[in-house]
Design a protein around this ligand. Structure first.
Ligand code: DX5
Ligand code: ZN
Length: 215
């Protein structure tokens, strides 16, 4: 069964407690928390104080996706706020290996996210230090965008590489994931699906999560 990581970016922030209760009841595995700085991406979302509140409202892992420049400056603060997984963008990290080691040394799972234009081959030399790869299937910054079909080729290539290297790195696909394209994404070799708008705009989000879990 796939790992389901609902993105709270699309939820009603005024009802954060109810959202957390619903996700706790649901078959969701992780809480996907999208942090944006208005520099790396053209949007600003939320930061540590909100993550801290969410942390206190769930025991499920907080899967924090940093779409920020210089993430190393804040890694310890995100750990303190309660992040279990901390994912930085390849494109934001000239010293990616150092960032990954820092995250691991702080006791979190280390993730690397890549934008749609970044070839998966560029991960070759950090793959063995990476617990999760977030493969962006939209340009990061906003929820509700359509899935970029070429992402499927990238998932296949990365899957091959990870298998060849006998690693257990998780491939998490983020952006435009639906019940329709979900099966192809999983078949291409992803283990984890992020979904935002489609879950929180649904009449019954919990049921939508169940359907993703049983794809
Ligand atoms: C985009 C974020 C995604 C986004 C996914 O920059 O990283 O996690 O919230 O939302 P949907 O499922 O609406 O594409
Ligand atoms: Zn994300």
């Amino acid at each position: 069964m796939p790992i389901i990581s609902p993105s709270l970016l699309a939820c009603d922030f005024l009802r954060l407690k109810e959202v957390c209760d619903m996700l706790n009841r649901s078959e969701a595995d992780w809480f996907h928390l999208d942090v944006m700085d208005g520099r790396f991406v053209p949007n600003i979302s939320f930061g540590m104080p909100v993550i801290e509140k969410i942390r206190n409202a769930t025991h499920k892992p907080c899967d924090v996706h940093l779409m920020i420049e210089e993430p190393g400056r804040y890694a310890a603060d995100f750990k303190a706020a309660g992040a279990d997984h901390l994912t930085v963008h390849y494109e934001a990290c000239p010293h990616l290996h150092r960032n990954l080691m820092q995250i691991k040394n702080l006791g979190m799972k280390a993730g690397v996210a890549i934008n749609p234009h970044t070839p998966v081959q560029l991960l070759q030399d950090v793959l063995e230090y990476t617990d999760v790869v977030i493969l962006m299937s939209v340009d990061p910054g906003f929820g509700g965008q359509p899935f970029i079909p070429h992402s499927l080729n990238k998932i296949r290539l990365l899957r091959e590489r990870i298998d060849q290297m006998k690693l257990d790195t998780i491939i998490e696909v983020d952006g435009g994931v639906t019940l329709q394209n979900g099966p192809a994404i999983l078949e291409a070799g992803a283990h984890a699906l992020v979904a935002g708008t489609i879950i929180f705009n649904a009449d019954q989000p919990e049921e939508m999560i169940r359907q993703f879990k049983h794809l």
